[in-house]
Design a protein around this ligand. Structure first.
Ligand code: 8X3
Length: 254
C-alpha cells in the first residue's frame, strides 16, 4: 500500500521539492499552504491520485483541525508529517524590529507547527507507526545579528523535536529535526526581505563554490524518511561548504 505524507508549506522550496521526490518514490502526498493555485499547479503536475492539496493558513489553528478532519477516508492514514511551513521576516536588530513581524514568525514557526503536530501525533501513537520531520534551521543553533525571533523560533523547533523523542520512547514513532543553513532556490530570502528581489538575490551572490539548494535539502529529507524503521535520525545540521561559524564579537572603544 502507498504510504501517505503530509507536508506543510508545500507550495515552494523544500516542501514542494520534497513532495515531488516523495511522489517519485511512490508516496502519496497531502500538501498544505496558503496559495491554493500553487498547490493546484503541483497537483496537475503530480496527479490527483498522488497529491491532495489543502489550502489554509498554518497560523489558523481551527483551519488545521478542519483540514485534517475533512481528509477523505483514503488520505487519512498519515505516516509522515513534514512540518516545513515557516518563515523569517526582516533582519533588523531587535530594537528596530516590528512586533507584528515577530508575532507572525512565532504564530507560523512555533504555534502552527505545534498545533499540526498535536493534530497528527496521537494518531501515529495509536497505530504505533509514523515519522515527524521538523524543518528547523542553523539559526536555532547559532545566534547572528538580526536573527532574534526567527532564530529563537527555530531553537524552539529543534528542542521540541528532541523533547518529542523523549516523550515517544517505547513507541515506534520517529522524530527528526533538519537544520539547514544558507540555501538558495527557495523563497526564504524573498519573504525575509519583503520581496525585495535585489536584496534577496544578494544573499546568495558571490558565495564561493556551489550554493546549497532546495533540491539538496529535499533529498536529505527524503533520505531521512526512507531510513529503516529501527533508525531515527535525531537531528541533522547542513551547511554549504562556504558557510561557517562567526567568532564571538566584542565591543571595544576605539
Ligand atoms: C535559514 C538559514 O543561514 O539564512 O534558516 O540563517 S540562514
Amino acid at each position: 500500500m502507498q504510504k501517505i505524507a503530509l507536508i506543510t508549506g508545500a507550495s515552494a522550496g523544500f516542501g514542494k521539492v520534497a513532495a515531488e521526490k516523495l511522489v517519485q518514490k511512490g508516496w502519496k502526498v497531502i500538501g498544505t499552504a496558503r496559495r491554493k493555485e500553487r498547490l493546484e499547479e503541483l497537483q496537475n503536475k503530480l496527479g490527483k491520485d498522488n497529491f491532495y492539496p489543502i489550502a489554509f493558513d498554518i497560523r489558523d489553528i481551527s483551519a488545521i483541525d478542519q483540514a485534517v478532519d475533512s481528509l477523505p477516508q483514503n488520505w487519512q492514514n498519515v505516516e509522515l508529517l513534514i512540518n516545513n511551513a515557516g518563515l523569517a521576516l526582516g533582519l533588523e536588530k531587535a530594537p528596530d524590529c516590528n512586533l507584528d513581524k515577530w508575532l507572525t514568525m512565532i504564530d507560523t514557526n512555533v504555534r502552527g507547527l505545534v498545533a499540526m503536530t498535536k493534530k497528527i501525533l496521537p494518531k501515529m501513537v495509536a497505530k504505533n507507526s509514523g515519522h515527524i520531520i521538523n524543518i528547523s534551521s542553523i539559526a536555532g543553533n547559532y545566534p547572528y545579528p538580526g536573527s532574534n525571533v526567527y532564530g529563537a523560533s527555530k531553537a524552539f523547533v529543534t528542542q521540541f523535536s528532541l523533547n518529542l523523542r523523549a516523550d515517544l520512547i517505547g513507541t515506534a514513532v520517529r522524530v527528526s529535526n533538519v537544520e539547514p543553513g544558507l540555501t538558495d532556490g527557495t523563497e526564504f530570502s524573498d519573504v525575509r526581505f519583503d520581496w525585495d528581489s535585489n536584496r534577496a538575490r544578494n544573499v546568495y551572490k558571490g558565495v564561493m563554490g556551489q550554493n546549497m539548494t532546495a533540491e539538496d535539502i529535499a533529498e536529505i529529507i527524503v533520505w531521512i524518511a526512507e531510513q529503516p524503521a529501527h533508525i531515527n535520525i535525531n537531528r541533522i545540521e547542513i551547511m554549504p561548504v562556504a558557510q561557517s561559524f562567526a567568532g564571538m564579537t566584542v565591543a571595544k572603544n576605539t
